[in-house]
Design a protein around this ligand. Structure first.
Ligand SMILES: Nc1ncnc2c1ncn2[C@@H]1O[C@H](COP(=O)(O)OP(=O)(O)O)[C@@H](O)[C@H]1O
Ligand SMILES: [Mg+2]
Length: 211
C-alpha cells in the first residue's frame, strides 16, 4: 500500500469495554499506517487536549458519586474540545485520526449502561461534534468478565470499571445494538481472537479508505 504524502482525511475510532484491546490495536494500526507512509494522529477520550485531560481526571475520579448526566456532559465537553482542536483540523489537512473511544462509548455507557435517554444523548453529542462521525468504527466485542480480568492486569479499576458486571453486560449489548444499527460504519470483531488476527482484520477494513 503506497500512500506516502497523499491526502487521506480518515477518522477511525476504536470501541469496546475495558480490556478489549483498544490500546493494543491502536498501537498496531498506527504501526501499519506508519509503514504505509501515513503518520496518524493518535488520541483518546476523554482527554486528547489540555482541557480534555483535566476533564478526564474529573470524570474518572473514584471518590466522587457522579450523576450520570453530569458524567455524560463532561465526556461531551471533552469531545467538543477534541473535535475542534484535533480531529477537524487534522481531517481538513488530509490527515488520519485514530481515536480510542468516541460518541458510541457515551451511548453504550451513559445510554444503555446508566439508562439515560438516547435521544437526549444524541442531540447533545451532535451539538458537541457538529455531527462528525468516524468513517470506520471498530467494535472489539468481549464479555465483561474477560474484559475486567484483562483490564485488572493493566492497573487498578477506576470508577467506571468498578461499576459491576450487570452494568457492563448492558454496555456490551448497547455496543452490539449500535453496531447492528449502522453496519456501514461499524466493524465488529471478536476480541478473544489473537491480537495479530484482529489487527489484520482492522487493516483490511482501513485499506479501502486509503488512496
Ligand atoms: N486479542 C487479545 N488477546 C488476549 N489478550 C489481549 C488481546 N488484546 C489485548 N490483550 C491484553 O489485554 C489487556 C488489555 O488490553 P488493552 O489494549 O489495554 O485494552 P483496552 O485499551 O481496550 O482497555 C492487556 O494486557 C493486553 O495485552
Ligand atoms: Mg486502553
Amino acid at each position: 500500500m503506497r500512500v506516502r504524502g497523499a491526502r487521506v482525511s480518515l477518522f477511525v475510532t476504536l470501541e469496546g469495554p475495558e480490556g478489549a484491546g483498544k490500546s493494543t490495536q491502536l498501537r498496531l494500526l498506527a504501526a501499519r499506517l506508519e509503514a504505509a507512509g501515513v503518520t496518524p494522529v493518535l488520541t483518546r477520550e476523554p482527554g486528547g487536549t489540555d482541557i480534555g485531560t483535566q476533564l478526564r481526571a474529573l470524570v474518572l475520579d473514584t471518590r466522587s458519586l457522579m450523576d450520570p448526566m453530569t458524567e455524560f456532559l463532561i465526556y461531551s465537553a471533552s469531545r467538543a474540545q477534541l473535535v475542534r482542536e484535533v480531529v477537524r483540523p487534522t481531517l481538513a489537512s488530509g490527515g488520519v485520526v485514530v481515536c480510542d473511544r468516541y460518541v458510541d462509548s457515551s451511548y453504550a455507557y451513559q445510554g444503555y449502561g446508566r439508562g439515560l435517554d438516547l435521544r437526549h444523548l444524541r442531540a447533545v453529542s451532535d451539538a458537541a461534534t457538529g455531527g462528525l462521525l468516524p468513517h470506520l468504527t471498530v467494535l472489539l466485542d468481549l464479555d465483561p468478565a474477560t474484559g475486567l480480568t484483562r483490564a485488572a492486569r493493566v492497573g487498578t479499576p477506576d470508577r467506571i470499571e468498578a461499576a459491576g458486571l450487570v452494568f457492563h453486560e448492558r454496555v456490551r449489548a448497547g455496543f452490539q445494538a449500535l453496531a447492528q444499527a449502522d453496519p456501514a460504519r461499524f466493524l465488529t470483531l471478536d476480541a478473544t481472537r489473537p491480537e495479530g488476527e484482529i489487527s489484520d482484520r482492522i487493516w483490511a477494513a482501513v485499506g479501502p479508505h486509503l488512496p
